[in-house]
Design a protein around this ligand. Structure first.
Ligand SMILES: [Zn+2]
Length: 279
């Protein structure tokens, strides 16, 4: 599931392809990807608009238009696919032979951007303005935002009684961190995932802040080598598992103390940690 680094890498790779281009038309193959919006409503907002910028907040990707914006949320395995033109799109989209799954697509003067999620969890929504866009209203501070400092993290931790891991997953407090990078940040910060958020003093908060930024930046570097080119729907970022120290490493020795990493259930998700060095 793409978290902040993966979506940021997608935003960076997509920007030069679509920035400044006009959306000629919206192709809808599976309207479920637009739910609860109707295809006509989405088309009305995006068609004939220019893409002014491509940006990310948390795990959401946005195309800022000359009026309004398009929001994309990949959820578990939503993908973007680039086609040379509408002819290629119409020949390949959901075709029986040699086809590729496409839910909706934006046709530009130069190229077509498809959004695909065969399991149909991912969503594409259009909004008249940033004020009308629910995720932008609800998301907490982005974990790679300039304003996200150790002091800011400490203030937010102090207002929460929840376990650290659940605090990190709460997108309304800090946006962009999911199950992978919350496990990793807590391992690097030597903090127990069940420890209460408001139990961290300034020093420990600073430790966690440093770990979060380190883990996300490191993953982002990895996601850009190589960067996505949106040609292969089966493509996924390479080498990410090599930088992981806790996530999905149950039974492997902790890189610090050698004791096996353990897996446990926490809030319905898997938590991986070292019992000896995460306090
Ligand atoms: Zn350890």
């Amino acid at each position: 599931m793409p978290e902040l680094p993966e979506v940021e890498a997608v935003a960076r790779a997509l920007r030069p392809l679509v920035k400044g281009q006009r959306i000629r038309c919206l192709h809808v193959f599976h309207a479920v990807a637009l739910k609860p919006q109707m295809p006509a409503e989405t088309a009305r907002i995006v068609e004939d608009r220019y893409v002014r910028n491509v940006f990310r907040e948390g795990k959401y990707l946005f195309l800022g238009l000359d009026r309004g914006l398009l929001e994309m949320h990949f959820r578990f395995d939503g993908q973007l696919i680039w086609f040379s033109n509408a002819i290629e799109l119409l020949a390949r989209a959901n075709a029986e032979e040699g086809g590729v799954h496409v839910d909706v697509a934006l046709e530009f003067g130069k190229g077509v951007l498809g959004f695909a999620d065969p399991r149909h969890f991912g969503r594409v929504h259009a909004w008249e303005s940033e004020q009308a866009c629910p995720p932008l209203k609800k998301l907490g501070m982005d974990a790679l935002a300039e304003g996200f400092s150790a002091k800011e993290l400490h203030a937010r931790l102090a207002r929460s009684k929840r376990p650290l891991k659940e605090f990190l997953l709460d997108q309304t407090r800090i946006a962009g961190i999911g199950n992978i990078y919350s496990n990793e940040a807590l391992w690097h910060a030597r903090l127990n995932p069940w420890r209460r958020a408001d139990s961290l003093d300034r020093k420990k908060s600073a430790q966690l802040h440093k770990a979060i930024v380190y883990v996300l930046r490191r993953a982002l570097e990895c996601c850009e080598r190589p960067a996505p080119d949106f040609r292969d729907p089966k493509w996924w970022f390479q080498g990410l598992e090599e930088i992981l120290r806790a996530y999905q490493r149950a039974g492997s020795p902790c890189g610090r103390c050698g004791r096996p990493i353990v897996r446990a259930e926490q809030g319905g998700r898997s938590t991986y940690y070292c019992k000896r060095c995460q306090k």
